[in-house]
Design a protein around this ligand. Structure first.
Ligand code: F6R
Length: 368
């Protein structure tokens, strides 16, 4: 049932191209984005003046990724907030606020309470959920299902990628309703999304390389993750996977913050995973990251670099290099997250831990 794999998580990592394709299927018809069970009228989508994404854990990271796309496409402010924080403060919400509640299980207690709070404030609530008929979609105004299929591994993998894709569909639907993108631009963005299952399939060819790297990193004390722009939430996700599975101290940072503190952590041999932007797509950010890597390498860090294939400028600074296919910048998290999932799983396995059932964790957190 694990499809010949040692652990489910690896099978689910390999199912990610399908998870993406199934999540996108049917959402572009007659030249328009359609959000299937949309009980929010087009007029209401047009009137949205602010978006909140509320979620926990990996689902929260999917929201952080989506913020970059939705703000860019829709010219709407997007706040991404941990559901457990959102619900206990007094967020400014009204009927023109769209609250996107992202949850694989659809049963997470904090996210459910955030939905309930948003509805008492008259905000429109759209659930992005992987589980048919779960409580969060039942209590929301509308639902967009991710079709990742059941996720058995406790650590989220294919559901996370599907959440990013679904959040992007929400962004494109908003851009379409608000007219901040022309129909042909929306169509082009959608076709770029549709090319992602193939790109993710290509990344899977790095699995054995990354597993080998994981085996060699298994006795590290701690691992840091750095990224910028959409690579920042990817760094957070990579660190979360490693904490959950390998019980290792791991932290993700925005690379621009290095000098504001984290660089003090760098010591001889400390592994630092760096998520590079595209050298062509984001030349300025790329140059900044190259300079960050050279700084940490000079201080003795062991650099593990996730970079676009053919990115030669970064090579001299990479002690280990994992190449991912070139894709549009906003879609990069869909490829660059994959090696980080494999890395965490393999480090955990090497340390003798149960990758599918990490200690102290439950697949769905139905208590606060
Ligand atoms: C991380 C992980 C958790 C969940 C979080 C939210 O690998 O699995 O952080 O992402 O508990 O769960 P859902 O999406 O079911 O609300």
């Amino acid at each position: 049932e694990k499809g010949g794999h040692e652990y489910f998580m690896l099978k689910e990592i390999e199912e990610q191209p399908d998870a993406l394709a199934n999540t996108l299927r049917g959402h572009f018809e007659s030249g328009r984005i359609v959000l299937d069970e949309q009980r929010i009228a087009d007029q209401d989508l047009r009137d949205v003046d602010k978006v909140f994404v509320v979620a926990c854990g990996s689902a929260y990271h999917s929201g952080l990724v989506a913020k970059y796309a939705i703000e860019h496409w829709c010219r709407l402010p997007v706040e991404v907030e941990l559901a457990s924080e959102f619900r206990y403060r007094d967020p400014v919400l009204d009927r023109d606020t769209l609250v996107v509640a992202v949850s694989q299980s659809g049963e997470t207690a904090d996210t459910l309470e955030a939905v309930r709070h948003a509805r008492t404030q008259k905000a429109r609530v759209l659930a992005v959920c992987n589980t048919n008929g779960a409580q969060i979609p039942r209590e929301s105004d509308a639902v967009l299902y991710t079709h990742a299929g059941p996720e058995i591994g406790v650590a989220s993998t294919k559901a996370f990628l599907a959440q990013i894709a679904a959040n992007y569909l929400v962004g494109l639907a908003l851009a379409q309703a608000r007219g901040t993108k022309y129909p042909d631009e929306v169509a082009r963005e959608f076709s770029e999304l549709e090319a992602m299952p193939a790109a993710v399939h290509k990344v899977l060819s790095t699995v054995e390389q990354v597993r080998d790297l994981g085996r060699r990193m298994a006795d590290s004390k701690a691992v840091l993750f750095l990224g910028r722009h959409v690579g920042f939430p990817v760094a957070l996700e990579g660190a979360l996977k490693l904490k959950e599975l390998a019980y290792m101290h791991a932290e993700g940072f925005a690379a621009g913050e290095l000098k504001h503190g984290p660089i003090a952590l760098i010591e001889e041999g400390l592994p630092v995973v760096v998520v590079m932007p595209s050298p062509k797509g984001r030349a300025v950010l790329h140059a900044k990251l190259v300079s960050n890597i050279s700084e940490i390498q000079a201080r003795g860090a062991r650099t593990i670099v996730i970079a676009e294939e053919g990115d030669d400028t970064v090579r001299p600074f990479a002690d280990e290099l994992v190449e991912v296919p070139a894709v549009p910048t906003l879609l990069q998290p869909l490829v660059s997250t994959v090696p980080l999932q494999v890395l965490a799983a393999e480090i955990a396995r090497t340390r003798g831990y149960d990758v599918d059932k990490p200690r102290n964790l439950a697949k769905s957190v139905t208590v606060e």
